[in-house]
Design a protein around this ligand. Structure first.
Ligand SMILES: Nc1ncnc2c1ncn2[C@@H]1O[C@H](COP(=O)(O)OP(=O)(O)OP(=O)(O)O)[C@@H](O)[C@H]1O
Ligand SMILES: [Mg+2]
Length: 347
C-alpha cells in the first residue's frame, strides 16, 4: 500500500487481515518514490495506491510504474484509493493502468477483497492472453517454415519424377512414346513450378497468376524448342478492381496451372503446323467475383468435328476434370484461331 496517511494504511491492514488472515503479507510506503522502489523489489500481488502522495500524484505513479511494461499489459494489479474530491482522477487512473478504485470513506473488508480479486484476475487474464498470443505467433511461424520446407521437398520430388520421365523419353525407341513421355514430364513440371512458387512466396497460401502463367509459358516454349521469333507468347493479367494483383489459392493454383499447361501445349502442338507463325496469349481478369481465364492463339483452329468426336483425347479430359474441381465452366471455340475460355468463382 502506498499512502501518506498512516491511519488509512492501518485501517487497510486491519481490513485485509480479515480477508486473508495469515496469508497476508502487507508492505507499506508513505511516498511515491520509495513506493515504486518497493513495488519493483517485492513484486507484490496487488498495489493499493492513494491518489494524493506527497511527491507525485497517483497518475504519475501509475505512469512510472507501467513505463517499462508492454502496453496494454499493466506491470501490476493496482486498486486506487480515493476520496470523493478526486473521483474524476480515479476514473482517469483506470485509463492509466489501474484496474479498480475504491472510495476511502466507504471501504470495507468485503469491498477491498473483491476489488483486489478483480484487479488480480484482470491482470492475470491480460498476461495469459499475451502469452497465448505470443505462443500462437511462434507456432504459426514454425508452421510457415515447415510448410515452406514441405513445398520445397514436394517440388524436389516432382522434379525427380520429371527427370526420370525425361530419361525415359530419351531412351524410348518409338517417337510417339517419346512425345507422350515428354508431355507427362511437362505436366509434372507444371505442378512442381507451383510448389516452387509457393515455397518462394511471402504468403504461402497463394500464387500470382501473372508469374505462374509466365513461368509455364517459358517452360513449355523451351520444352517444345519453339523459336520465339516464329511464335510469340504473351500473358496479360488485369489487376483486381482494388489494384491488387490476381492471385490463386493453393487449391486453385494446381488445377489452373495444369489446365494452362494443357492449353498452351495444345497451341504449341496443333495450332502452328508446317512452320506457321503466330501468337499465343493468356489473358485473365476478375469480373464480378469470378475469374475469367482465356488462352487464345491465331493458328489453324480446332477441327470442326472436335465437339462431336466420340473418343475424347486425354488433354481436354484433364481440363474437364480439373475445371469441375473448382466449379469452373469452360468452352473451346474456333474463331480467328482457337479460343479457350474458363470461368470460375474467385473464392
Ligand atoms: N489450339 C489448338 N489449335 C488447333 N487444334 C487444337 C488446339 N487445341 C486442341 N486442338 C485439337 O483438339 C484435339 C484434342 O486436344 P487434346 O488436348 O484433348 O488432345 P491432344 O493434344 O491431341 O493429346 P493430349 O492428350 O496429349 O493432350 C487435338 O488433337 C487437336 O486436334
Ligand atoms: Mg493436348
Amino acid at each position: 500500500m502506498v499512502d501518506d496517511s498512516a491511519a488509512d494504511r492501518n485501517l487497510c491492514r486491519i481490513l485485509l487481515d480479515e480477508v486473508y488472515g495469515p496469508d497476508l503479507e502487507f508492505f507499506e510506503e508513505s511516498e511515491a518514490l520509495t513506493g515504486l522502489r518497493t513495488c519493483r523489489g517485492l513484486a507484490p500481488d496487488c498495489i493499493l495506491l492513494d491518489y494524493n502522495l506527497p511527491d507525485m500524484t497517483g497518475l504519475e505513479f501509475l505512469a512510472e510504474l507501467n513505463s517499462a511494461a508492454p502496453l496494454p499489459e499493466p506491470a501490476f494489479p493496482v486498486v486506487m484509493l480515493t476520496d470523493l474530491n478526486s473521483y474524476p482522477m480515479a476514473l482517469e487512473a483506470l485509463r492509466f493502468g489501474a484496474q479498480d478504485f475504491l472510495l476511502k470513506d466507504r471501504i470495507s473488508s468485503h469491498h477491498l477483497g473483491l476489488a483486489i480479486l478483480k484487479a488480480t484476475q484482470k491482470v492475470d487474464l491480460i498476461r495469459e492472453l499475451r502469452e497465448e498470443h505470443a505462443s500462437l505467433v511462434r507456432s504459426v511461424a514454425e508452421k510457415d517454415v515447415l510448410l515452406r520446407e514441405l513445398h520445397h521437398r514436394v517440388k524436389n520430388n516432382l522434379q525427380i519424377i520429371a527427370s526420370l520421365l525425361r530419361l525415359q523419353a530419351k531412351a524410348a525407341a518409338d517417337e510417339g512414346v517419346t512425345a507422350v513421355l515428354r508431355e507427362s514430364q511437362n505436366r509434372v513440371e507444371a505442378i512442381a513450378m507451383i510448389h516452387e512458387q509457393l515455397y518462394e512466396s511471402v504468403d504461402l497460401r497463394q500464387v500470382h497468376l501473372t508469374h505462374q502463367a509466365n513461368l509455364l509459358m517459358t517452360n513449355l516454349f523451351s520444352a517444345f524448342g519453339v523459336d520465339r521469333a516464329r511464335i510469340s507468347g504473351q500473358v496479360t493479367v488485369c489487376p483486381r478492381p482494388d489494384g491488387s494483383p490476381l492471385v490463386l489459392r493453393v487449391d486453385q493454383a494446381i488445377p489452373v496451372g495444369l489446365i494452362l499447361n494443357e492449353l498452351i501445349t495444345n497451341s504449341l502442338k496443333h495450332a502452328f503446323p508446317d512452320g506457321r507463325s503466330g501468337s499465343i496469349r493468356v489473358e485473365a481478369q476478375n469480373r464480378g467475383g469470378r475469374l475469367d481465364l482465356a488462352v487464345i492463339d491465331d493458328g489453324i483452329g480446332v477441327p470442326e468435328d472436335l465437339a462431336t468426336r466420340k473418343t475424347k483425347s486425354l488433354g481436354l479430359q484433364i481440363v474437364e476434370i480439373l475445371a469441375r474441381q473448382f466449379a469452373g465452366t469452360w468452352e473451346l471455340k474456333r474463331e480467328a484461331g482457337t479460343v479457350f475460355r474458363l470461368s470460375f468463382p474467385e473464392r
